[in-house]
Design a protein around this ligand. Structure first.
Ligand SMILES: Cc1ncc(COP(=O)(O)O)c(C=O)c1O
Length: 376
């Protein structure tokens, strides 16, 4: 390690998928690897997930799907977020990437692209059941499924799936989950009445798969739980036995003692009340460490140490209390990692920064090399 690195434990990915497999034994598992696998590395994680038995891999962007295929990925792959005129659509269809369709424009474009690829587009029709984000509105749904059925009969598209996405599966006992499930089933009934016979119904993300078994249907799309970050409340990763796949390590760049009365970092939001030994961590918000963090900790020699003052662009300062023992520049510290190793977690950093563990791992930037461990 030179300055910092993110160690990605692919064994943890496999371990977490095994837990999800047990929790949803009758559903296929789709490993969500969008956004560079939530910062863990698109290609290595997809490969590890497939090796660990994931039936599907899923991405948001068509570009991400093309990157996977170019890297040699084969097997069921779904991509779900695209805008009109996406230049990767024909390549996706040629490479047998299945595509989500939420609207008439996307149905038309996918059919035209299938003709251009001289192939059949395998599609999943997406219904908005209450997230009010992507997915066809229930008012437009019937028109969409009728049009899809007509185009399917002409042979350029094949409706493989009907799907939707939950808004609140990260909360325990949330009544909106049952409401979304009911709306989903209504939409499925409308599609079936128009002659569509989907092989796959899917609704659940990690939280759905883990806490709402009746949302599992034929396939569950699991992202955050596969990475061992909390799918629900901040302790939920530990409660479900999930292991953090990413731990972020850095080398201390400097150790020194500052006098009482001296303020630390920009705007002096923390001032030493007594002479204080501090360490400089050469990682900052340019690397994805949130500037907003207040009260975050890092692990030094097995001891959690407080971040002092503001996180800057490339660096931040930590307290090194006596309990840490001998420490000097060049020593390794853990910014976040697995709770079982005594490290603060990505979720702890999320709490300290008024965000969620998802954002912490996903934003770790490309100045931080990823180093892979564990079998894929
Ligand atoms: C459509 C869709 N399905 C599944 C997931 C995976 O969600 P999670 O990471 O909560 O498992 C996401 C991620 O945001 C998503 O956008």
């Amino acid at each position: 390690m030179t300055r910092a690195q993110a160690v990605i434990d692919l064994g943890a990915v496999a371990h977490n998928l095994a837990i999800l497999r047990k929790v949803a034994p009758h559903s296929q598992l789709l490993a969500v690897v969008k956004a560079d696998a939530y910062g863990h590395g698109l290609v290595p994680v997809a490969k590890a997930a497939r090796a660990a038995g994931a039936d599907w891999v899923g991405v948001a962007l068509l570009r991400e799907a093309v990157e996977l295929r170019e890297a040699g990925d084969v097997g069921p792959l779904l991509a779900w977020l695209w805008a009109p005129g996406d230049p990767d659509l024909v390549a996706c269809i040629s490479a047998d990437v299945q595509i989500s369709v939420s609207s008439m424009w996307s149905l038309i474009e996918v059919t035209e692209a299938a003709a251009q690829a001289n192939s059949i587009a395998h599609i999943h029709l997406k219904l908005d059941t209450g997230l009010s984000r992507n997915g066809a509105d229930i008012d437009e749904w019937e028109e969409l499924v009728v049009a899809a059925k007509a185009l399917q009969t002409r042979g350029r598209i094949d409706v493989v799936g009907i799907w939707s996405h939950l808004a609140n599966a990260s909360h325990e006992n949330d009544p909106s989950v049952a409401a979304q499930r009911a709306r989903f089933l209504e939409g499925v009934a409308v599609a079936k009445a128009s002659g569509i016979q989907p092989q796959l119904l899917h609704l659940a993300n990690s939280g759905g798969a883990l806490a709402y078994p009746d949302t599992q249907f034929d396939l569950v799309r699991v992202g955050i739980a596969m990475y061992g970050v909390a799918p629900m409340d901040p302790n939920s990763a530990q409660r479900f036995g999930l292991k953090a796949a990413m731990s972020l390590h850095a080398k201390l760049a400097l150790v020194k003692t500052i006098p009482a009365g001296q303020a630390v970092s920009y705007s002096g939001t923390w001032t030493a009340e007594a002479p204080t030994r501090v360490g400089l961590v050469p990682v900052g918000y340019a690397d994805g460490i949130p500037r907003a963090a207040i009260g975050a900790q890092v692990l030094v020699n097995g001891v959690q140490c407080a971040v002092l003052g503001r996180v800057a662009m490339d660096q931040f300062v930590i307290e090194l209390p006596e309990a840490v023992g001998e420490v000097s520049a060049g020593d390794d510290i853990v910014i976040f990692g697995d709770a079982s190793a005594g490290a603060p977690t990505a979720d702890d950093w999320g709490n300290a920064s008024n965000t969620i563990g998802y954002e912490i791992v996903t934003r770790i930037g490309n100045r931080i090399p990823r180093v892979y461990q564990g079998n894929s």
